[in-house]
Write a protein that binds this ligand. Structure first.
Ligand code: 0PR
Length: 430
């Protein structure tokens, strides 16, 4: 099996770019034959863990759907950085934006604009950039957000010189909304709500955050990188969430990532903005970055990337048409059922417990009856041993938890195999 062929390498990830850890490769003088090249590649690539091995139980990404992969490989030359050369692909992107807007609660009268991005990080950057540039009079801007926010906001803070004002988490792992409100001031350029947190997949009280946006006239961005493509389906299955999308008139922008539960190829994110009419258009007022010289003439863009792949827009557009809402509903249903199955099984183990009841297909696992420091140490050890046994969960050291994400590549047999190994590891090592 693929896994047993993997040689254990000790890669020092923290110092990956320091020269002495890199193998020195020289630029080859002459070409080689493809078979030889493939063999050379295989030696290295075999060290990667594949999704289809079923061993990746803690990532928010998955094996791309075969149809998305097929379309991607057919349209790899498309460059959305040059819409003048690729008006057809740009049109697909525009349609995709409208489709995602309608999935996320926009009505046909809402002016939804947006674009494909390289993922949640870029979408979050664009949203906060838009909020900032619409309020140039604020000289020391801040944004208010939950402590559970993704680290892309740290990048945003440093890139744009923005202060992050974090509301702490309560015992239920949702942000303390009294504190959240108290952090808002005249220099607040945006409030952020998270629809599906990175560690636990939880949904912020986005209804309460929207109420604050209304009360204080603030820009509101929803980071739905993960949950934006899960919650609409879970709602259909009867789950209830605070409103996290354009059904709220106070939500301005949303990030949602097709390369997570959308099973699209990497990289693919979507940035959506609900714009005002022509006189109140945020997008027109800010206008984005001007690209003056490309084949199609001057146009403007909000994207951070210059050249950007068009194939992910085409492949996701195609995949949505292939599966439809009902097809994705089945995928989310299975992901949810498996999450509940694992929750049930973990609760039967005396040493472990779940951090909280899952709201989406993400489950936090911790040691039971331990104080934070001891639990953190033990979870670190467990994570290490699981990795030695080729099981890959998300490891959140600061929160003392392992993250399981039930992505489409995970099935019940994988979970049962994992539970068998886990029980043995707990017996021998803890
Ligand atoms: N917002 C939230 C809530 C996220 O969870 C993430 C990433 C982002 C924004 C940023 O998205 P991009 O990574 O697309 O820019 N969440 C994943 C995570 O932290 C990213 C990931 C995915 C990491 C797969 C590792 C992995 O194997 O888990």
């Amino acid at each position: 099996m693929e896994l047993s062929q993997r040689s254990k390498t000790n890669i020092d990830f923290e110092n990956l770019f320091s020269l002495n850890t890199l193998t020195i490769s020289t630029f080859p003088k002459y070409g080689s034959n493809p078979e030889l090249i493939n063999n050379m590649l295989r030696n290295d690539v075999l060290n990667d863990v594949s999704y289809k091995s079923g061993r990746v139980l803690g990532a928010m990404s998955t094996q791309p759907h075969f149809f998305a992969a097929k379309l991607y490989s057919e349209y790899m030359e498309k460059n959305l950085g040059d819409r003048g050369l690729n008006p057809g692909t740009a049109k697909i992107e525009a349609k995709l934006v409208q489709m995602m807007g309608s999935l996320l609660g926009a009505s046909h009268t809402d002016a939804i604009k947006g674009n494909m991005t390289s993922g949640g990080t870029e979408s979050n950057i664009i949203a906060i950039y838009l909020a900032k540039s619409l309020q140039p009079e604020i000289s020391h801007p801040n944004i208010v957000l939950s402590e559970a926010a993704h680290y892309s906001f740290e990048k945003i803070a440093r890139l744009m010189n923005i202060e992050l004002r974090f509301a702490h988490l309560k015992d239920d792992f949702h942000p303390d909304m009294h504190e959240y409100q108290s952090l808002i001031n005249d220099s607040t350029i945006a409030l952020v709500g998270i629809a599906g947190t990175s560690a636990l997949g939880l949904v912020d009280p986005t209804d309460k955050i929207a109420e604050l946006a209304r009360k204080y006239h603030k820009f509101l961005h929803i980071d739905g990188a993960f949950g934006g493509f899960v919650l609409p389906f879970l709602e259909k299955l009867g789950h209830q969430f605070p409103i996290y999308d354009f059904r709220s008139p106070y939500i301005n922008t949303i990030s949602v990532d097709p390369h997570k539960m959308g099973m699209n190829v990497n990289p693919s994110g979507i940035f959506l903005v609900k714009d005002g009419d022509d006189d109140n258009s945020k997008v027109k007022k800010e206008n984005g970055f001007k690209i003056p010289y490309l084949a199609g003439g001057g146009f403007r863009t909000f994207n951070i990337l210059g050249t950007r792949p068009g194939a992910p827009a085409i492949s996701f557009w195609g995949l949505i048409h292939l599966l439809g809402f009902e097809g994705f509903l089945e995928i989310v249903q299975q992901a949810w059922d498996l999450t509940k199955y694992l929750e049930d099984q973990i609760q039967k183990l005396p040493q472990l417990s779940t951090v909280c009841s899952p709201e989406t297909n993400v489950l936090g696992i911790q040691f039971s009856n331990e104080n934070n420091i001891r639990s953190s140490k033990k979870i670190k050890k467990l994570n290490q041993i699981l990795r030695e046994h080729d099981w890959y969960l998300g490891f959140f050291e600061n929160r003392g938890l392992l993250r399981f994400v039930s992505m489409p590549h995970v099935n019940q047999a994988h979970i049962d195999e994992f539970l068998n190994d886990l029980k043995r590891i707990l017996y021998y090592h803890f």
